[in-house]
Design a protein around this ligand. Structure first.
Ligand SMILES: Nc1nc2c(ncn2[C@@H]2O[C@H](COP(=O)(O)OP(=O)(O)OP(=O)(O)O)[C@@H](O)[C@H]2O)c(=O)[nH]1
Ligand SMILES: [Mg+2]
Length: 317
């Protein structure tokens, strides 16, 4: 039998169904009750729930989509998993497309970071192109022991620059890019198998203020936080969004303010700061239609003044 406390939590959770990302199809009383009672048992905290709602309503200028691209098996998912949960899985599971959302409250302001972890096999080229347009920040991953994966990063970078240069919000100069982008040479724990010298990716980004290069190991947890710290700096986002610099709030369990699992150390800055962040549970990827609408506003496709040929526009195909 649900207790009165359960009932109160149930009411609270129903009112927060948007933050929980229940679709209208899920909003039948039964479905909501089932999901919410699950949560009620897990005793969500008011603090976590409030943060979720604030994150959902974060001002547009504080919302970013981060797209992670690169060949298959280079460690994209491993990097995202380290960033979000400080976990690493030795077993390889191919990604089709994963969507994550992290929300923050930093110095009284709400921020939202959406992360799109893409497939290295890119089974749907049009979707990939759409992600170039809708992405605000990019992480391009290769493996230091694979020439092919580095070549793929060079190609991706070129495609993103071309795409952004044709978009309203991107660069107007085809040689420069104003989109924050970090190139990552992953698997640096495999030094003996190294094929790509750091000078190659560094040459690729030479003279580009919005690009950076870093070598990492998701396996050994080397420099993973640093990727995101650099990306947030390039994107003019608060550095507190980096895992070491904020308190992690879990909306699902009692004792909302917890430290990260694993060996992540508590920095003095994090102890002094009131910044906190939570991974939004059950989050759904925005629909393709929503992405297409975003793409439409970011490209010249609708502009009545533009007298361009179709080829010079940023088409999704
Ligand atoms: N040695 C080593 N192995 C790693 C590292 N990062 C990931 N791996 C392993 O490499 C394999 C592929 O990792 P994933 O993160 O799944 O690769 P992915 O780029 O997401 O691959 P797709 O989803 O197919 O595009 C897994 O077995 C990981 O355990 C690393 O830093 N060092
Ligand atoms: Mg993956």
């Amino acid at each position: 039998m649900p207790t009165s406390r359960d009932r109160m939590l149930l009411t609270m959770l129903i009112s927060h169904n948007r933050a929980l990302n229940l679709s209208s199809a899920d909003e039948s009383a039964d479905t909501v009750s089932t999901k919410c009672l699950c949560w009620a048992t897990a005793a969500p905290t008011l603090r976590g729930m409030a943060l979720l709602e604030q994150g959902e309503n974060a001002p547009e200028e504080n919302c970013r989509r981060l797209v992670v691209l690169g060949s298959s098996k280079v460690g994209k998912t491993a990097i995202v998993s380290r960033f979000l949960n400080n976990k690493y899985d030795e077993i390889y599971t191919p990604t089709i497309e994963d969507f994550h959302r992290k929300i923050y409250k930093i110095r009284g302001e709400a921020y939202r970071l959406d992360i799109l972890d893409t497939s290295g096999n890119h089974p749907f080229p049009a979707m990939r192109r759409l992600s170039f347009i809708t992405g605000d920040l990019f992480i391009l991953v290769f493996s230091i022991n694979s020439r092919d994966s580095f070549d793929e990063v060079a190609r991706l970078r070129k495609q993103i620059i071309e795409c952004k240069s044709q978009c309203k919000l991107g660069s107007t100069n085809r040689k420069t890019i104003h989109t924050p982008m970090v190139l990552v040479g992953n698997k640096c724990d495999k030094e003996k198998e190294r094929i790509i010298d750091p000078s190659e990716p560094l040459a690729l980004i030479a003279g580009q203020q919005m690009s950076d290069y870093i070598e990492t190991s998701a396996k050994k947890d080397i420099n993973i936080d640093e990727i995101f710290l650099r990306l947030f700096r390039l994107g003019k986002l608060p550095t507190e969004m980096s895992p070491a610099l904020h308190r992690k709030v879990t909306p699902s369990y009692i004792g909302s303010s917890v430290t990260h699992s694993g060996k992540r150390s508590l920095s003095l800055r994090r102890k002094m700061s009131d910044a906190c962040g939570a991974i939004a549970p059950n989050v759904r990827r925005p629909s393709i239609r929503t992405d297409l609408l975003v793409a439409q506003t970011r490209t010249n496709l609708n502009s009545p003044t533009v007298n361009q040929s179709r080829d010079s526009k940023c088409a999704i195909m």
